[in-house]
Ligand binder design. Structure first.
Ligand SMILES: [Fe+2]
Ligand SMILES: [Fe+2]
Length: 218
């Protein structure tokens, strides 16, 4: 009798762990792209370096709320239930809570934590609602007279628009990747409701620069 070849045994648990680590690395790369493109958009809009710094921190960690449910976000398994989609929609608030809980872990000072958290919490907010949402959050923390809510709302609008073009041009398990021009065209359908007309105009003006940033691996 021929000796039996030993079947290679792959531990499905460790495979899942590896997939999650890869998924998290992809997320870090995504957040890095959003941070760098948000930075140059804000600079081109004449922001001060102090305001840009807050925006960069928020953009760098904008999706950190996905760490709340790594099995949902990093496994590349398609969402199939309304509960999964609802959980996905909560990630901005989870991210804001995580950052407020332990800002040092993200290289954010106590002073920066609230404004950065407000921008993170609103990075998927509708253009028309973001001012009110930022104002309510600042007022819940009794900080509405100490924080420039309008600036934070603009920051959240920049992250939202940049996040959209970056995400739509990346390979995702739930959607086809688009070219930058197609992503900008798709975005144009909801400018004024979802997206800020001002940020959209700057993104279109800076299309070539945006293309270069999006093409970078991380
Ligand atoms: Fe997000
Ligand atoms: Fe994102």
């Amino acid at each position: 009798m021929q000796p039996q070849m030993r079947k290679s045994v792959v531990n499905p648990f460790s495979r899942r762990q590896i997939r999650r680590q890869e998924g998290r690395q992809e997320l870090l790369n995504h957040m890095g792209r959003v941070m760098r493109l948000s930075h140059i958009i804000a600079m081109s809009m004449g922001w001060t370096s102090e305001d840009v710094l807050l925006l960069k921190l928020a953009a760098k960690w904008h999706d950190i709320g996905k760490d709340w449910r790594p099995w949902l976000f990093y496994s590349h398994v398609p969402f199939t239930t309304p509960e999964q989609w609802a959980a996905a929609r909560d990630h901005p608030l989870h991210g804001a809570m995580m950052l407020l809980h332990c800002p040092e872990a993200y290289g954010v000072t106590q002073k920066q934590a609230v404004p950065v958290a407000i921008e993170i919490a609103n990075h998927h907010q509708y253009h028309q609602d973001v001012d009110e949402s930022c104002r309510i959050m600042a007022s819940l923390m009794n900080l509405d007279d100490q924080i420039d809510v309008t600036l934070l709302a603009h920051g959240a609008r920049i992250i939202k628009a940049v996040d959209y073009v970056v995400a739509r041009t990346e390979r995702r398990h739930y959607a086809e990747s688009l070219t930058l021009d197609d992503a900008l065209t798709a975005m144009g359908h909801t400018v004024g409701t979802e997206f800020s007309p001002e940020v959209y105009a700057v993104l279109k003006q800076m299309r070539d620069v945006a293309s270069e940033y999006i093409a970078r691996a991380s």
